[in-house]
Design a protein around this ligand. Structure first.
Ligand code: KDG
Ligand code: MG
Length: 403
């Protein structure tokens, strides 16, 4: 028995907000879990402090599955991003503790390495096609084998995912939500031009990806997928919202561009129909927002039955604790596809010293016991919480959009 003695939540903002759970056992072994939910951070912090931590004290930290079931089924109120991020934080911290107690890097406990490293993709973004391709060249020079391209749309003043800051940019950009303007017609004209130029300059070797951020209807998404086929994308991400999983059937009927969906999913039930009907190619659910390592592995196992691979969300609002957890999972599952890797700032890396390293387009979690990430609490305390929201989107006539 490895008794849970104490647990607390640390909120810090080294450039952006992070919520971290620290669970400590009676023998002094501690584990970390990420509980960051972009724009809703304090809701998860309260869920943990007020409703979860009191139920953890005195339990056996080794009983990871039982504690997961207890928190999921025991609350009566199942699923939802706040609940599942809180459960994820507990789950990550307990896996961290178990692997530290075993004196092994977590991936060894998960079955050992299936590959030498975890291929990642970086974000190239620019106001124009030329600027975006120039950014992509920088990623290629750094060794990236896969690059996501997002470009400004001619005629629109700003576009989500396209920022003045390049290597490190933050999508949550206002203490109240800022607003972008959207035009599907302008966007659909611009994207094929971006990828045509990119293939000409970057050649055939590098994998190219694109994120639609749920902005299209199924038939518009089908058209985009079709028009991008000559440029052989690795994937087209979130072409339409997936609350109605059936919607993807229509997209699928029209295009062979591979589809990636699921960064906002928090449960296997959000992905079940998409997976079982083979309507997607990559599942983007993440450790932090989809119930932790325990639940993500369940999703990955289901996906494996249907030849769907993982492509976990890995933007900067997922802390280095999640990145490490994703790398241990990615290294150890048979159906790993790719991992998003939007680099954290120097300030964030200093608050979360970590063992994972980047080489030749891949990340490796390292061989430190546990997740291989720590939290410098003294440094974290110097960066108090600062409210920040993701932007919203309106059509040119003012209609609130996203789908
Ligand atoms: O918090 C939301 C961001 O992480 C998200 O918008 C970024 O779409 C995104 C991505 O694919 O990284
Ligand atoms: Mg995305």
């Amino acid at each position: 028995m490895l008794k849970i003695k104490d647990a607390r939540v640390v909120v810090t903002c080294p450039g952006r907000n992070f919520v971290t759970l620290r669970i400590e056992t009676a023998d002094g072994v501690y584990g970390l879990g990420d509980a960051t939910l972009n724009g809703r951070e304090l809701a998860v912090a309260s869920y943990l402090t007020d409703h979860v931590i009191p139920c953890l004290i005195g339990r056996d930290a080794h009983q990871i599955e039982d504690i997961w079931q207890y928190l999921y089924k025991g609350a009566y109120w199942r699923r939802g991003p706040v609940t599942m991020s809180a459960i994820a934080a507990v789950d990550m911290a307990l896996w961290d503790i178990k692997a530290k107690a075993a004196n092994m890097p977590l991936y060894q406990l998960l079955g050992g390495a299936c590959r030498t490293g975890v291929m990642v993709y970086g974000h190239a973004n620019g106001q124009t096609v030329e600027e975006t391709v120039e950014e992509a060249l920088k990623y290629r020079a750094m060794g990236y084998k896969a690059i996501r391209l997002q470009s400004g749309v001619p005629g629109l003043p700003s576009t989500y995912g396209v920022s003045k800051d390049k290597m490190f940019y933050e999508p949550a950009d206002g203490s109240l939500p800022t607003e972008n303007v959207w035009s599907t017609a302008k966007y659909l004209r611009a994207v094929p031009q971006l990828f045509e130029a990119a293939r000409l300059v970057l050649g055939e070797e590098v994998h190219l990806l694109h994120d639609v951020h749920h902005r299209l209807t199924p038939i518009e998404a089908a058209r985009l997928g079709k028009s991008l086929e000559p440029y052989r994308l690795f994937w087209m991400e979130d072409p339409t919202p997936a609350e109605n999983q059936e919607a993807f059937r229509l997209i699928r009927q029209h295009t062979t561009t591979p589809l990636a969906v699921g960064e906002v999913f928090n449960s296997i039930w959000d992905a079940k129909d998409l997976i079982q009907n083979q309507l997607i190619d990559y599942i983007r659910a993440t450790v932090v927002h989809a119930g932790g390592i325990t639940h993500l592995r369940r999703i990955a196992n289901l996906a494996d039955l249907y030849q769907i691979r993982t492509g976990c969300h890995g933007a900067t609002d997922l802390s280095p604790v999640t990145m490490a957890a994703a790398l241990h999972v990615g290294l150890s599952i048979p159906n790993f596809g790719i991992q998003e890797y939007m680099r954290h700032t120097v300030e964030t890396d200093a608050v979360f010293p970590h063992a994972y390293t980047f080489q030749d387009g891949s990340l490796h979690p390292g061989d430190a016991p546990g997740l291989g990430v720590d939290l410098d609490e003294a440094l974290a305390a110097k960066y108090p919480y600062s409210r920040a929201f993701l932007p919203v989107n309106r059509l040119e006539d003012g209609t609130l959009h996203s789908w």
